[in-house]
Design a protein around this ligand. Structure first.
Ligand SMILES: Cc1cc2nc3c(=O)[nH]c(=O)nc-3n(C[C@H](O)[C@H](O)[C@H](O)COP(=O)(O)OP(=O)(O)OC[C@H]3O[C@@H](n4cnc5c(N)ncnc54)[C@H](O)[C@@H]3O)c2cc1C
Length: 650
């Protein structure tokens, strides 16, 4: 059972899991403070020639394998990745892309891991999801960061070779708020290990996994402060039952489970880090692990650009190709320019991750947030460009003799990226928390709204000192000086825009803090806009830096990279301006009040005129969910989304 936790307690748990130190410089943190440190992302670090050689070699193997062995239509039809494909991925080493060679993996750089996921996603998203859940959140990443040498020696060669891994955090009552985690890990009497009990929901790969990471609460005791802890678990242990294989609107083919843990013994040496460190491990894992998802989004966006180009040239309506009609042309421009922007964000963040000179927690989080939001818009626009064919399944298109372009599938597959690995709403809060970190450090006591007055006065004095030097700095900067950043030629003006607007963002954040004080954390729409402005500014700076990198590394493409960067930035700047306007001119209060009235049932008359059903009342008896054709987890579903209390072990 999930425990009852107040909002404040939930925040305290999240806060305790935060990495508090900033040991390395952070472009994102400085940006939110009004300090545009272009030098932290430009010039982009050069790629290591050996890493490039190894990466390119693997990309070729992977591309050939996918082209020759994967039939995306079959995966859609069967809602399953064929065993032969999974085996083939194992054979080419794809399970160990991110694992260093010394532990039996390929040891690809982050940049090449990202590229490999983008290619895989353009074959079928279920495969890229299998691979990223396996290595970005599954066993490999947390062990690399927090595991002991013995743990690495024992588990990494297995997950690098052929053992599939998964990450089990979510529970039926525990989604975005892990403080309420109900699964327990109780130390055995002889102290040799823990007994795991609980129900885990939506574990990707959980229906076929061999070795998993499980998050569970160690109860407080005299000898232990307990808390949420992370364990490596041999998934074939007694007491592990896969109750159900979940099906979704997209990502058909992922092996996603409901897993029951009943007195599952896990040896003490399988605890990762220390007791109580589980959430910290999960969050730190995601600091770079989060780059996998936007990398997959980049793959989708590139594919969308190709489909939009081909179809808009080919399809003629009203006397000309649809791409020549302005309304469609604007969509094509958005799709291509945004694809460039997303690739820039992922490339800048990926190289920073490899180079290890920067703290990239904000950049990776922005990449996830921005990548998933923008790639969704790209797919939506692509569907519009394809017209009715965008809504038709690839199978149906094929059956009537047309090219099976799976746009509706791409849209369905893309949607979940805004929900998992930190929903957009949670990413807004998480990035906002990092963005105001300095303010909380100097003035947190005042902003908190409680605490003793004497202490507050002391803090106010310290804060006064900080703000008396910080605030005046925000008045003027390089962005106002004509000629600055001129080495970037036609893109210089965009960097001046970022510099000016970084200071404006810092001033606006400060104003929001003084205006709302302790109430600011409840003003999620305001915080969301602050973060979105930061995300756009990071994307603009990345686009310029990346265009310059392309010019350096591939001069023949330099000019068109500059052109795409310019187009992307023009669009992004309009979004920034609109977000700044909406920061103080909005209907947030009316929206919140209106929503509370909806919740209180004051407008239920609006729901009249339709059948009496919202999904919680089954209309007809649901069929049993039996064999999915995978020979694995099967249980009875009751059609209402609740987890059935049925049992069937693997
Ligand atoms: C296909 C799929 C694969 C998944 N894979 C895994 C996996 O491998 N391992 C795993 O552990 N989990 C996995 N998950 C779970 C996933 O991470 C969760 O769905 C996600 O964390 C959101 O939790 P929730 O769905 O319970 O939404 P809830 O937390 O119930 O949130 C509902 C809505 O409220 C919003 N919300 C919640 N809290 C706040 C807040 N404080 N402020 C503002 N808005 C808020 C959310 O953003 C969302 O819009 C998967 C889910 C799916 C669908």
């Amino acid at each position: 059972m999930a425990s009852n936790v107040s909002e404040r307690e939930a925040r305290e748990v999240a806060e305790a899991a935060r990495e508090t130190d900033w040991k390395l410089p952070s472009f994102g943190k400085e940006l939110f403070l009004g300090n545009f440190r272009l030098d932290l992302i430009h010039p982009q670090p050069e790629l290591d020639p050996q890493a490039v050689e190894k990466g390119e070699r693997f990309l070729k193997t992977l591309t050939d394998f996918l082209a020759q062995n994967v039939d995306p239509l079959q995966i859609e039809r069967d809602a399953k990745i064929p065993d032969s494909v999974v085996q083939g991925l194992k054979d080419i080493g794809a399970l160990g892309m991110k694992v260093p060679e010394q532990y039996g993996g390929l040891g690809l750089s982050q940049v090449y891991y990202n590229k490999a996921l983008a290619i895989t996603g353009s074959s079928h998203s279920a495969i890229s999801t299998l691979l990223s859940a396996h290595q970005s959140i599954g066993v490999a990443e947390p062990l690399l960061l927090f595991g002991s040498e013995e743990q690495k020696q024992k588990w990494l060669p297995q997950v690098a070779k052929d053992k599939i891994s998964a990450f089990l955090l979510t529970e039926p009552d525990v989604g975005s708020d892990p403080a309420r985690l109900g699964s327990t890990a109780t130390l055995t009497e002889d102290g040799s290990g823990y007994l795991l009990n609980g129900l885990k929901l939506w574990a990707t790969n959980g229906a076929i996994a061999d070795i998993v990471v499980v998050m569970a609460q160690v109860p407080k005791s005299e000898s232990s402060r307990g808390g949420i802890s992370a364990f490596v678990l041999d998934y074939h242990s007694e007491g592990v039952e896969v109750l159900h294989r979940n099906q979704f609107m997209g990502l058909r083919g992922i092996e996603n489970s409901v897993t029951q843990l009943t007195n599952v013994f896990v040896p003490k040496e399988n605890l990762i880090g220390k007791e109580g460190m589980g959430l910290k491990i999960a969050l730190s894992t995601l600091n770079t692990g989060r780059l996998a998802l936007p990398a997959i989004c980049v793959g989708g966006a590139k594919w969308a650009t190709r489909v939009a180009r081909e179809w808009s040239n080919e399809r003629v309506q009203w006397g000309k190709p649809v791409g020549k009609h302005d309304a469609v042309a604007q969509k094509i421009a958005f799709i291509a320019a945004t694809t460039f922007g997303l690739e820039a964000v992922v490339d800048v963040s990926g190289r920073l991750a490899d180079n290890k000179r920067n703290d990239i927690r904000i950049e990776a989080a922005i990449a996830k947030l921005y990548g998933s939001e923008m790639a969704w818009k790209i797919m939506d626009e692509l569907l519009q460009v394809r017209g009715g064919r965008g809504f038709e399944t690839a199978e149906s298109l094929k059956a009537r003799g047309e090219k099976p372009v799976p746009v509706e599938q791409a849209l369905r597959d893309m949607r979940i990226n805004r929900v998992f690995e930190g929903s957009t709403e949670i990413m807004h809060l998480l990035i906002a928390r990092e963005a105001v970190d300095k303010h909380l450090e100097v003035a947190g006591e005042i902003l908190e709204g409680d605490g003793d007055l004497k202490e507050k006065a002391k803090v106010a004095l310290q804060a006064g000192k900080f703000y008396s030097t910080w605030l005046p700095q925000l008045a003027i900067g390089k962005g106002q000086r004509p000629g600055s950043f001129d080495e970037f030629g036609p893109l210089a003006k965009h960097l001046r825009f970022v510099e000016r607007n970084s200071r404006k963002l810092a001033r606006s954040t400060f104003y929001a803090m003084t205006r709302y004080q302790a109430g600011l954390e409840q003003k999620q729409a305001v915080l969301g806009r602050i973060v979105d402005i930061g995300a756009e500014l990071f994307a603009i700076a990345s686009a310029v830096a990346y265009a310059d990198t392309i010019k350096r590394e591939n001069p023949a493409r330099g000019e068109s990279a500059y052109e795409l960067a310019d187009l992307f930035v023009k669009q992004a700047r309009r979004r920034v301006d609109a977000l700044f306007t909406a920061l103080w001119q909005n209907d947030d209060d009316a929206g919140y009040k209106g929503a509370q009235k909806v919740l209180a049932g004051e407008f239920t008359w609006l729901e009249e005129g339709i059948l009496e059903q919202s999904g919680d009342a089954p209309q007809v008896a649901s069929p049993e969910i039996n064999d999915n054709g995978d020979g694995r987890a099967h249980a009875e579903g009751n059609g209402n989304g609740n987890v059935p209390v049925a049992a069937k072990v693997q």
